[in-house]
Design a protein around this ligand. Structure first.
Ligand SMILES: Cc1ncc(COP(=O)(O)O)c(C=O)c1O
Length: 387
């Protein structure tokens, strides 16, 4: 048996007619950029997320950047996030001109640790009550925002994040690129902070047939600014109120996404079903740490990630058995060459550093068959017994 880590073709074949006709419709209407299809998808996605506004954007990285710019975060500001994420989270901060400050994750959820967040604020910052701003004592920069990343499909502890944000006047941008449809106490990913950013990269739970992203918010002013920013700062054609950029979503992606959105809940349910099978079949396997799901959150398993000690050996064993797997992420951002300028060192984020050594993503997609999951689990158990 051959089991891929993910298989986009299988999903396409289940909705081929719907997709093909939506694409043909886009061609017939010549609605290629930010047209009628984009508007339709934006309305449906906003409703799905339980917010007033969704704005389609060219990719998730740009969505994060646009969100920060629109929140007014830039030069001289600090944005807190985690070192255990895809680089886009941090690129957006630096491209906006701000400085990233990392806090460690919690090992169970792989998400930002509220305890560490509080410790950074209380131990390294000072509250300026006159200007109502939190100041980092070492750099003297103003701490303006937090980006919790909802990694692998499970949301961060948003009550704790929002409590600290309210207390210290911080803006919260949720990086929901891996968490379409995930919930925290029944609220959808991206809808709790001031603004949320999504990626629709093809492999995501809601994936385009190319690049795509979105920003969601309940705030009318923010939504208007996002719309203007992604269209060169214009509200009326050729009247530029400020300088923006071209980050608009294209019509084909919106057409595909609008078809797929109708299936997202079923697909997420199928992912949960698959995860439950893995959980049950692997639960007593020595040396394999399974993903923890928090009782107040609905996980959408963008990835099903286990942790083992001798990862290279397991990955080879899986590969020799025709099973795909991947590592997200092998090196944390504070240890990457790109961020040596931030001055962090090995040992600064022990939970992150421990997790990156052992994480392995097993095959996970809605169309994965029970037989395939059983086979993957048998192979993992065989590896455990032969070690
Ligand atoms: C956590 C996270 N943030 C941001 C992004 C960036 O999204 P995109 O690839 O659409 O630019 C991704 C995409 O992989 C991601 O996983």
């Amino acid at each position: 048996m051959k089991v891929p880590q993910m298989d986009l073709k299988r999903q396409y074949l289940t909705i081929k007619n719907e997709i093909d006709s939506a694409i043909q419709h886009t061609i017939d209407r010549c609605a290629f950029v930010a047209g009628e299809k984009v508007k339709q998808f934006e309305n449906n996605f906003a409703e799905y997320c339980g917010v007033k506004h969704a704005v389609g954007i060219s990719c998730g990285t740009s969505a994060l950047y646009v969100a920060l710019k629109t929140l007014g975060i830039g030069k001289g500001d600090i944005v807190i996030t985690v070192p255990y994420t895809f680089i886009a989270t941090v690129e957006a901060i630096t491209l906006a001109g701000a400085r990233p400050v990392f806090v460690d994750i919690e090992k169970q959820s792989y998400n930002i640790s509220a305890k560490e967040l509080k410790a950074y604020i209380e131990d390294y910052c000072e509250w300026n009550s006159e200007h109502k701003v939190l100041v980092d004592k070492k750099t003297n920069l103003n701490v303006k925002g937090i980006i919790p990343v909802h990694l692998y499909g499970q949301m961060s502890d948003m009550d704790e994040v929002m409590k600290l944000a309210d207390q210290y006047n911080l803006l919260v941008l949720e990086d929901a690129a891996q968490a379409h449809g995930a919930t925290y106490k029944d609220k959808k990913a991206g809808s709790i902070g001031h603004i949320g950013a999504f990626s629709f990269y093809p492999s995501k739970n809601l994936g385009a047939f190319g690049q795509g992203g979105a920003v969601i918010t309940d705030n009318d002013t923010l939504a208007t600014r996002v719309r203007m920013f992604i269209d060169h700062g214009q509200r009326t054609k050729y009247y530029y109120e400020f300088e923006g950029w071209n980050f608009k979503m294209d019509g084909f992606q919106a057409a595909v996404l609008d078809v797929k959105l109708k299936h997202l809940d079923d697909w997420n349910e199928a992912r949960r079903h698959n995860a439950k099978m893995y959980d049950e079949l692997l639960k007593d396997t020595d040396g394999v740490i399974l993903p923890d799901k928090m009782s107040d959150r609905e996980h959408v398993y963008y990835l099903y990630v286990i942790r083992v000690n001798d990862r290279a050996s397991l990955q080879k064993y899986l590969s020799d058995s025709n099973i795909g797997s991947s590592i997200a992420y092998p090196i944390p951002l504070h240890m990457q060459n790109a961020y040596q300028c931030l001055g962090y060192k090995i040992g600064d984020f022990p939970n992150t550093e421990e997790c990156v050594k052992g994480v392995l993503s097993l095959p996970m997609f809605p169309e994965l068959a029970s037989e395939e999951i059983k086979y993957v689990c048998e192979v993992i158990k065989k590896w455990c017994n032969h070690r």
